[in-house]
Write a protein that binds this ligand. Structure first.
Ligand SMILES: [Ca+2]
Ligand SMILES: [Ca+2]
Length: 327
């Protein structure tokens, strides 16, 4: 009887595991300025190892040649050198300086992109990846400005798909997660440096959007364990060590890590969800109004920040599982 129970319990666990499909993720990251982008990518790789996430592509929205190579170096460090990396090929002038605090350093580590000149156009890559995926299956998580996803909405039919950008997103994307805006109101960086894109996305994006606001990541300081628990050549550690904005304890606010965590795991006991509109002004300032219905949401903190720090840092410091398997 007891054996039968154990057997049935094991089958039930296995069935449960099979039911939980990995979340298909495209990460859109302004790598190289702040170090939370590197922390977020590290976490995404750990959640991919766990079978929680599948990294379809990583894209870089800034107009310089170092970001794509640095992102590819981190993907390579985590044993996934073949994850596609796209880069912005447009000429938008951002309303804020993008520093190369660590991209050049990381680009010197093993990777085969080497320069954004060798990386595909990020909007074309978005279209190619989306076209090949099942309907309503892809989660896009943007932890930088929203230039690429705004341009994706306006993209024309091409060799990848006969659909225009709006129709392609509507057909293939499940949800957009944005590290952006602040609740109740604020002047958050990712929105402020590219406000027209954020306005377009907020108004026109045809799937639900969940905003992980400035206040969500601000409350959770992470990074110090990278220094005490990981080797000196860990690219995420390098990102934190070269960033002048970290605290003396080598911590930084966890803006991008929290957005990626939500994109893969959903609310769990970490957060609850509010609904409303973020009302983004022409200068990037925003002010939320709430409502009971709608497709624009914001995260509300629930789990104590000390517990959240552990959830994030456990994954930020976990070692790579190097393999030659395809991503
Ligand atoms: Ca590569
Ligand atoms: Ca970022």
């Amino acid at each position: 009887m007891r054996l039968l129970f154990i057997l049935l319990f094991s089958i039930s666990l296995a069935t449960h595991a099979q039911k939980t499909k990995p979340v298909k993720i495209i990460l859109d990251t302004d790598f190289g300025n702040d170090c939370d982008d590197a922390g977020a990518l590290a976490m995404l790789h750990q959640m991919a190892y766990n079978g929680e996430a599948e990294i379809l592509a990583t894209v870089y929205p800034m107009n310089d040649d170092m970001g794509a190579a640095a992102i590819d170096a981190v993907n390579t460090y985590y044993g996934k050198p073949n994850i596609p990396v796209g880069t912005y090929k447009g000429d938008y002038v951002y309303k804020g300086k993008h520093n190369d605090f660590y991209n050049s350093r990381l680009a010197a580590l093993p990777n085969d992109v080497k320069s954004g000149k060798n990386a595909p156009d990020a909007v074309a890559l978005y279209r190619q990846i989306l076209a090949a995926q099942p309907n309503h299956s892809v989660t896009i998580v943007v932890v930088g400005p929203q230039r690429l996803v705004a341009d994706l909405l306006q993209s024309k039919p091409d060799a990848s798909s006969k659909l225009d950008g709006m129709a392609l997103v509507k057909k293939k994307v499940k949800q957009l997660v944005s590290m952006g805006t602040e609740y109740l109101k604020g002047n958050e960086w990712n929105i402020r440096i590219c406000p027209d894109a954020a306005q377009r996305v907020e108004k026109e994006w045809p799937t639900p959007i969940v905003y992980s606001g400035f206040e969500i990541g601000k409350a959770i300081m992470t990074g110090e364990r990278l220094i005490t628990e990981t080797p000196e050549d860990n690219p995420v550690r390098i990102a934190f060590e070269t960033n002048p904005m970290v605290t003396p304890e080598k911590n930084r606010q966890s803006w991008d890590e929290t957005a990626v965590l939500f994109a893969v795991r959903g609310l769990r006991d970490y957060w609850t969800l509010g609904t409303g509109l973020p009302h983004i002004a022409d200068d990037g300032k925003n002010e939320w109004t709430t409502s009971t219905t709608g497709t624009r949401h914001y995260l509300i903190a629930k789990k104590p920040t000390g517990d959240m720090k552990k959830v994030l840092e456990d994954m930020m410091v976990a070692p790579p599982k190097n393999s030659t398997a395809k991503p």
